[in-house]
Structure formats: C-alpha cells, structure tokens
Design a protein around this ligand. Structure first.
Ligand code: PLP
Length: 364
C-alpha cells in the first residue's frame, strides 16, 4: 500500500494556496482578460512590470509559456538559443522551441547552471549562410539543476553585454528570481536590467496555484500577446487566479528567507548522515541536492524507498542525485523530522541491506 506523503519536498510547485490567498481570490474583481478588461490581471501585470523595471508585462498560464512565447518573439525558424546544458527548456519543456517555431537550442558547458561570457563567445556561431543564426541567450535564475545557485550580478552583466555586442537578444528564465533577490538582497530590477525579456513564476515558492508573468518593452509585450493567443494562453475571467499572484507578491516574497533557512538546516542535517553527500556543498536558496551513490541505491530507488517507508517525498534529479526543495508548506519541524527519519532509514535499512564496506547495489 502506498504510504501517504506527510512531508513533501518534491518541489516548490506542490505549494497550495493558503486560506488567506483563497479568500483574496474569491473577492477578485474580474473581466474578460482577452478583451483587456480584467482589472486584477492589469494590476498583477503592473506590479510585475514595476518590480522588474520594465515597460510592460503579460500574465500567462505557466512559466513554460513565458519561456516559449519569449523565444518565439525573439527568434525566427533556424535561429539558435544559447543556454546552459542544465537549463529547464532543454529538459522539461517537451522540446518547446523546436516544435513550436523551428528554433534550435545550443547547450553551453556552464558550471552548476551558470556560464561565463567566454563560454558564451565560444558557443557563438560564425555568421554565414552555413550556420544557424545565434540569436538569443537564456539565463536561468536561480539555476535549478545547479542546486538553486544564484547567477552573480557581475556574470549576468558580462554575458548580457557580450550577447548584445554580438547582436543577440537576452532573456531570463526567472522562475525563482525572487529567491535570488531574497538570498542576495539585490533588487529584482537590478538583475533584470540587462535583459530584453524576463519572467517570474507565481506557482513555485510564491505559492500561487497558477501562472507566470513575462516582462519587457511595450513592443516586446505586444508581440508576446500574439503568441499568448496562438498558444491558447489568452483567458477570460482570469482575475480569479491572477489575484493569487497579487496576493503572493504582497505577502509571500520576504518569507522566502524562511525557505532558505530551512534548506540550510536540511543540508546541515543530511551532511551529517552516513552515505549521503551534498552536491553542491553550498546551499544558496531553497534547493538541496545530494548524491546517494554510497547508499548502494540509485536516486530513483532512494526516493521510492524514502516515500514508501517514511512518507517523505524527494525527487530524483539525476541517476544518483536527489533533490529536496523547501517551500511555504514546510516548517522547521518538518525539516527536523525529515533528517531524523532519513537518518533512521540510512543507518538501519540501507546499511543493513548494503553492508558497511562500500557501495554495491542493494535489494531495492
Ligand atoms: C518551473 C520552471 C519553469 C516552468 O514553469 P511552469 O510554471 O512550471 O510552467 C521554467 N523554468 C524553470 C527554471 C522552472 O523551475
């Protein structure tokens, strides 16, 4: 029988709207969003445009659609987007830019999700009729598979300057930009300045049920509207869900610091357990990655075992890499319980099955 999940560290996407957020959503003023008549959607878009220091913003049903609409505006078929090899659109968006607009993606060999201006320049194509045209860079803040790593502002400035010098546009996948803002104290508009377009996700750590908001110049957003329509992202009385975003921006940004503290606490606890190794060692935001090779299990087996035995859910992010993400549904007590429960499991069941002398495949 499946054990019910009591502590869910799978992702910050598992957050549910709080009772206060739900009440706020109930009372939202609404109108026909496609006709530009939803006041709550307008309010949300204005808030995000201001937060990011851009002329205009556009509410979309998902972060994935924010990326895809932006890529479609910036690129023509046969153009190429450069991004880190771990970036979300390469792995989790069903191949998006290629089926949707015939755009190619060139993965760069960054480090923990962050590439340098030099690596970008090495990845640029010679502009002739043989090569695809290098057209756009896409930067992921924070870098998810980099373990929630924050792109340093200086690196952002360097890569964007280089991209612009070479005639490329710049885009930020800011799904967790506000985690970086809270972790570093650098305002969102500072991170945003060098980018022609960027977006934030409302349905990750911010705790809204749906949506992302894409920002850029008036001209860019007008074009993005075409793709919102094309992709089926134009909605009707969307104020009901947009209200959750307004609420989240007003009440759930500063509290991201708690998620970061909880992630640190979890990392410290896990680091003390036998057979588990943090990778990377430093936790910057709300994501903890650890390697399970020495347990004798692979990541999928480890995740399944922990879920079955103690009702705690992690996710497998690589063959041997397990991810835990903290969010507003996770308390300090949940973290302590997680450390204790995983500790019991590793010391007991796992070591009992796999022996104490080294790593070999166990019975799971
Ligand atoms: C979650 C995520 C997305 C996609 O956002 P959705 O709202 O789930 O569609 C894109 N990029 C990154 C880095 C993400 O973490």
């Amino acid at each position: 029988m499946d054990t019910p999940i009591t502590i869910d560290l799978y992702s910050d996407t598992v957050t549910k709207p709080t009772p206060e957020m739900r009440r706020y959503m109930c009372e939202a003023e609404v109108g026909d969003e496609q006709l530009g008549e939803d006041p709550t959607v307008h309010r949300l878009q204005d808030m995000v445009a201001q937060l990011l220091g851009k002329e205009a913003a556009l509410y979309l049903p998902s972060g994935t659609m924010c990326n895809q609409a932006a890529y479609a505006v910036h690129c023509q078929p046969g153009d190429e987007i450069l991004m880190d090899k771990t970036a979300h659109p390469l792995h989790f968006e069903s191949g998006g830019p290629t089926p949707l607009k015939g755009i190619l993606v060139r993965p760069l060999e960054g480090e923990r999700g962050v590439f340098s201006a030099q690596q970008l320049e090495e990845g640029l194509r010679k502009q002739d009729r043989y090569n695809p045209r290098s057209r756009l860079i896409s930067v992921e803040q924070t870098a998810n598979l980099g373990g929630g790593r924050c792109w340093p502002l200086e690196t952002i400035r360097e890569v964007c300057e280089s991209a612009h010098q070479h005639g490329l546009a710049t885009h930020m996948d800011g799904a967790r930009l506000l985690n970086a803002v809270v972790a570093t104290g650098i305002p969102a508009h500072e991170y945003a300045r060098a980018f022609d377009s960027l977006w934030i996700d409302l349905s990750k750590g911010l705790g809204a049920p749906v949506g992302g908001v894409l920002a850029g110049s008036h001209e860019f957003i007008n074009e993005a509207w075409r793709y919102k329509q094309l992709f089926g992202g134009a909605m009707r009385q969307a104020g009901i869900i947009a209200a959750a975003g307004v609420y989240a921006l007003e009440h759930h940004v500063e509290r991201l610091a708690e998620d970061h503290q909880n992630a640190q606490r979890l990392a410290r606890g896990l680091a003390k357990l036998p057979r588990l190794f943090l990778n990377p060692k430093e936790v910057e935001t709300n994501i903890v990655l650890f390697d399970v090779t020495e347990t004798g299990l692979d990541a999928a087996q480890f995740v399944a075992l922990v879920k079955q035995e103690v009702g705690i859910r992690f996710s497998a992010m690589g063959p041997m890499l397990v991810r835990a993400v903290t969010h507003l549904g996770i308390t300090e007590q949940d973290i302590d319980e997680t450390i204790q429960a995983v500790g019991r499991l590793v010391r007991g069941k796992i070591l009992a099955y796999t022996g104490t002398t080294g790593s070999h495949t166990g019975a799971y």
